[in-house]
Ligand binder design. Structure first.
Ligand code: SAH
Ligand code: SF4
Length: 388
């Protein structure tokens, strides 16, 4: 594990107080309206957005094309810095950068940048995994975040800020992909960090619009994936949005009895209701659905479980893909299966006509599953003797 200093980020940091207005939480329309309330003409909003999202400057005083008086107004009343970096980690292979961020109220969240070389699936890419909540209310037993309980929803600005941070980071430290390509911008987003995005529906969708807007980072909705524990009303609502965003469902078991043991939400929304909502999602958006299946040795990884999963998903085989994820052990209770057990599981699913892949383990040396870094940090703080 390499701990890279965050000072290069913080030396340009301004103090973000609650009184300041967070420009990262504004759509372009809102930014324009706000700029006009500051006595500036509407076209200044475009200039300002250019400085924030194209030039990626974190410092209002450097925005040369804005009148000095407006720059001073901005510095006094607005913020574009987002949460403060508490820890920044780089995996040994240099392909995973992970942040522990401190929100204005002291809560901690995690964000990750994952760098992927070109493959049969496409060009090299830089994917940011964002958190949508501090903690999570759903208590999945294998999930470090779930074990913390729920603190609060993140604002749209706090979600956007995580991506802007990595956009700046990649601009300053581009990644040289093995195929010779230089990756200096964020290409993909996954809402798979801490929290349940559809529980924080409005702020998550607002962040999607801000990140998608032409005057912003302009990341295509087709390059974004929202992962959900299976909140049926949220899935159905998302289906009505004029956005072609990808949907990932945390399934993790082939039947309700087994799912209930690790995912309490199953009591409220059984698998059948979730799969029905997925069908409606695909029908309305034309996007595929990914089913995530965390493999827990001795819990849900037996050949019989694979056969049952195959039967369950057979009617949806043409709509989706299964992503098998060997669990990142967060407690002694769970272990990933052996390579042999994973191969056997895959073969059975393939035999049932279900397309599937195993998600490559990433950044294990830097507490890969979201929530693990914060858990480790909080344990460390509790263990540390207080200085008097
Ligand atoms: N709340 C949403 C999104 C955040 S979790 C959801 O549950 O889908 C993102 C993904 O990481 C989910 O599929 C989740 O089940 C998975 N996950 C949680 N803990 C994990 C662990 N210890 N190892 C591997 N994957 C984990
Ligand atoms: Fe929450 Fe997702 Fe973790 Fe479940 S897996 S506790 S829904 S963050």
């Amino acid at each position: 594990m390499i701990n890279v200093s965050s000072s290069h980020v913080n030396n340009v940091r301004q103090v973000a107080s609650a009184a300041r207005i967070d420009l990262l939480g504004m759509t372009f329309e809102e930014l324009t309206a706000w700029v006009m309330t500051q006595g500036q003409p509407a076209f200044r909003a475009k200039q300002l957005a250019g400085w924030i999202y194209d030039t990626l400057t974190p410092d209002f005083s450097a925005m040369r094309t804005l009148p000095a008086v407006f720059r001073e107004q901005l510095a006094a009343t607005a913020s574009i810095v987002g949460p403060q970096v508490q820890t920044e980690l780089l995996s040994k292979d240099g392909r995973t950068r992970k942040l522990l961020l401190e929100l204005a109220d002291g809560r901690l969240i995690e964000s990750v940048l994952m760098l992927y070389p070109a493959s049969s699936e496409g060009r090299a890419r830089a994917t940011v995994c964002v958190s949508t909540q501090a903690g999570c209310a759903y208590g999945c037993t294998f999930c470090a975040t779930g074990q913390m309980g729920f603190d609060r929803h993140l604002t749209a600005g706090e979600i956007v800020a995580q991506v802007v941070h990595f956009a700046r980071d990649l601009r300053e430290h581009p990644w040289q992909a093995p195929d010779g390509a230089t990756i200096s911008r964020v290409t993909n987003l996954v809402f798979m960090g801490m929290g349940e995005p559809l529980h924080n529906y409005d702020n998550t969708l607002k962040a999607v619009r801000i990140l998608n807007m032409a005057e912003g980072l302009h990341i295509g909705a087709r390059h974004m994936t929202i992962s959900t524990v299976g909140l049926v009303p949220g899935i159905l609502r998302l289906a009505t949005e004029p956005l072609q965003i990808n949907l990932a469902i945390s399934l993790h078991a082939p039947n309700n009895t087994m799912r209930l043991r690790t995912m309490p939400i199953t009591r409220k929304y059984p698998i059948e209701a979730v799969l029905d909502a997925c069908q409606q999602y695909v029908a309305r958006t034309n996007r595929q659905v990914t089913f995530e299946y965390v493999l827990l040795a001795g819990v849900n990884d037996a050949p019989d479980n694979a056969r049952e999963l195959g039967r369950l998903l057979a009617p949806l085989a043409h709509l989706g893909h299964v992503n098998l994820i060997p669990v990142n052990a967060t407690t002694a209770a769970y272990r990933p299966p052996s390579g042999e057990a994973i191969r056997a599981f895959r073969d059975i699913l393939h035999g049932a006509g279900i397309s599937n892949s195993v998600r490559a383990e990433r950044g294990d040396d830097i507490a890969a599953a979201c929530g693990q870094l914060r858990t480790r940090e909080e344990r460390r703080q509790r263990a540390a003797p207080t200085m008097v």
